[in-house]
Design a protein around this ligand. Sequence first.
Ligand code: NDP
Length: 280
Amino acid sequence: MSDPVRLGIFGWPVAHSKSPQMHESAARALGIELQYERFEVAPGDLAAAVRHKHQAGIDGYNLTVPHKEAIMALVDDVAPEARAIGAVNTVVRADERYVGHNTDALGLVRSLEEAGVQLNDARVVVVGAGGAARAAVVGLSNAGANEVTVLSRRPEQGEALIKALGSHADCALEAAPLSEASWCFETATLFVQATSATLESNPRAFEFAASLPIDALPADAAVVDMVYKPLRTAVLARAEEFGLTIVDGLGMLLHQGALAFEMWTGFEPPLDVMRSALND
Ligand code: NDP
């Protein structure tokens, strides 16, 4: 009998992560032996914890907040797209080397395609300028978007994003302060909520959603919120009021996980099984 595939997720906190149930259910459905653990590691302890797992020969792992950037200095190599995004959410062992990847970018694209959102020639507005927003810009640009405007509450963060991604994006890319943004909503075909402001832990999520000119979006625009806790965020609730197409963050979580599963095991991921595990 072969050894089980040994995987895990580093985060702080990480108890809420649904990744173990998603990957273990997929493995069970395919008859693969697989263990997926949660590693609750404080930022200052990441280097030692990762070194320990590499020495023990772990097959791969995911990273969640706040480790997606720090891991880049701790692996043997980083794939070009993850390097451009500046964040790694998946590490794969290949030929005894640990290589960092970013599956968030393509995960977002796949979830939007699955929801029937047109990405070719899209005019996109992204709010937020952290790792998730950078993944959205790279993913949507690769998927054929025509223009992407990034809105951030700290203009310098948006400018830094443009500087870092300008040469990687194949579309017109600009940044603007969130407070002066209504003009770009009027012609957008897709609005991407990529901040942590709509998390259920934020008591001001409703206020944040109310401050966005969602009513200025055209009637056939789509709105995606990367946050999946809650599933129906204040931004999605508001978009629904205006009859817009809405896409929640669970699809992105599913597809980023499915891409990682395929890289780790070489098997085609059973999407329906993984989706039910997330919905449980
Ligand atoms: P970061 O902490 O790197 O970035 C968060 C961004 O949100 C920053 O630009 C921050 O601005 C901004 N922000 C936070 N609060 C507000 C606010 N009230 N108003 C305006 N801007 C705000 O996080 P990530 O980019 O890694 O992740 C963002 C969210 O995306 C997370 O909550 C996560 O749950 C979700 N996500 C979902 C995934 C999925 O699979 N569905 C995958 C990855 C992320 P500032 O720096 O000024 O605070």
